[in-house]
Design a protein around this ligand. Structure first.
Ligand code: FE2
Ligand code: FE2
Length: 296
């Protein structure tokens, strides 16, 4: 019996209940959401936000001092830490670290989901930075990418064994994943994720992007949706070995037909997608350490 049918007999959907029980989005993320990555004030703004949360500030200092950053002398102030790491990276870390406080990555499956979220978020930020477009700030793009599969984390929290059953169907594309969820769980993570976004009162374009990220694109969709779909595809293709920046030449498997309808302005070609792989791989590596996600 699928989990939603099971729950309906008791008169409530367990995923809905789970979402209603979630704590509100940490205040620090709400503040970072209000920052513009393109602003000349970003450094000061990030410094101010990070300093308001002592636990996060300590983690930023640790990050700046970690072996991977190789500082010449120990970094003992948040200001130097932000200067060392870069305001954009600190803003992204603060957002991801705060959201992982709500959905703590405990199991291998959850850690894999967070790796994927960070890869997609990073690709989204790169895409919007490379193709500046009205209404799509790189910071907002990062948040949309980070949250796009948040519904899967709700499913994990509620019922890890059902998620395992979904993954046992060996889906290889985002579209196949939704089919597998509907077969096994009777609900899909895009709609559950949109409910989380509503609960957290993120910007409406983010909620809409999370809800629609597995349906076919149509005219009038926000550019953010095309960006998240391509970033999602790139991350899944890289995981499946269909995309690599390794020599010789590197390659990306052809995007699915649904992505062919993306308007020229927001479509990224093979070379552009290949050029993003080192950055998303580095973001994944950094997140493994900074967010305590063990390598898989
Ligand atoms: Fe998804
Ligand atoms: Fe995804």
């Amino acid at each position: 019996m699928r989990i939603v049918e099971q729950a309906d007999r008791n008169g409530e959907n367990p995923f809905e209940h789970k979402v209603d029980e979630l704590p509100l989005l940490p205040g620090v993320v709400v503040k970072v959401m209000g920052l513009s990555y393109d602003s000349e004030q970003l450094f000061e703004d990030v410094l101010e936000v990070a300093s308001e949360d002592p636990a996060l500030a300590v983690r930023v200092l640790k990050m700046a001092n970690s072996a991977m950053s190789s500082p010449v002398s120990p970094i003992d102030s948040l200001e130097r830490a932000v200067a060392r790491l870069g305001a954009t990276h600190v803003a992204e870390f603060v957002t991801a670290a705060a959201v992982t406080r709500v959905f703590v990555p405990r199991s291998l499956g959850e850690r894999n989901l967070w790796h994927h979220a960070v890869e997609v978020a990073t690709a989204c930020r790169l895409m919007v930075s490379q193709r500046p477009t009205k209404g799509a700030d790189p910071g907002a793009a990062y948040l949309a990418g980070l949250l796009h599969d948040i519904g899967r984390l709700v499913m994990f929290d509620q019922s890890p064994e059902f998620i395992q059953a979904v993954d046992d169907l060996a889906w290889t594309t985002p579209g196949e994943l939704v089919e597998a969820e509907l077969r096994v769980v009777g609900a899909d993570h895009a709609n559950i994720g949109a409910r989380v976004c509503e609960h957290w009162q993120v910007p409406p374009v983010t909620t809409r992007t999370v809800r629609d990220h597995h349906r076919d694109l149509s005219e009038g969709d926000p550019p953010m949706l095309a960006v998240v779909k391509q970033a999602d595809w790139l991350s899944v293709a890289a995981r499946a070995g269909g995309a690599t920046a390794e020599p010789p030449g590197g390659r990306v498997t052809l995007p699915p037909a649904e992505l062919e309808v993306i308007p020229r302005d927001f479509r990224f070609d093979e070379q552009e997608l290949l050029s993003m792989i080192p950055a998303i791989t580095e973001a994944r590596r950094r997140a493994s350490v900074a967010l305590s996600l063990q390598p898989d």
